[in-house]
Design a protein. Sequence first.
Length: 182
Amino acid sequence: MPNTLFSRRSFLGGGTTALVMAALPQRLSARTPERRLALVNVNNGERFDACFFANGHYRAEGLAELNHAMRDWRTGATRSMDPKLLDLLVCVRDRLDVAPNKPIKLISGYRCPKTNAMRHARSRGVASNSQHMLGKATDIAIPGVPLNRLHAAALSLRGGGVGYYPHDGFVHLDTGIVRTWG
């Protein structure tokens, strides 16, 4: 039997993820003509509030501001974050009835390969091929929202991977295939 890159299950899971992620902007656009995110980086105290989508289009300046906000805080390295991840954060926030101007606590966004390798060497919980290195993952908490509620909201959207880290005080979200852990 030939060795295939994808199993049938991962192919079907990936297809489901693609459908869910394709539907996110449609669900958002009907209710949210403007999409913005307010973030506070817990590692350096920086605050950001950026409109990244308006008038039916992603806004380059808003995306650039969020790319900077979600940079690897250890090295300053940036990467273009997946706009679908930003949409997913808006969906989670909206699902929880959190005001758009209330900052989401950003624990981790982009991680450069050097930072990810260092984190992986220190913790079994950090994947060597993390979605963080692709700009497709973030670790967050929302002040005033119990972590189990944040986790449940993220799971309900089926927008990608969801990791639950109650002892560390955050939920991981990514736009990879739908999967859960923690």
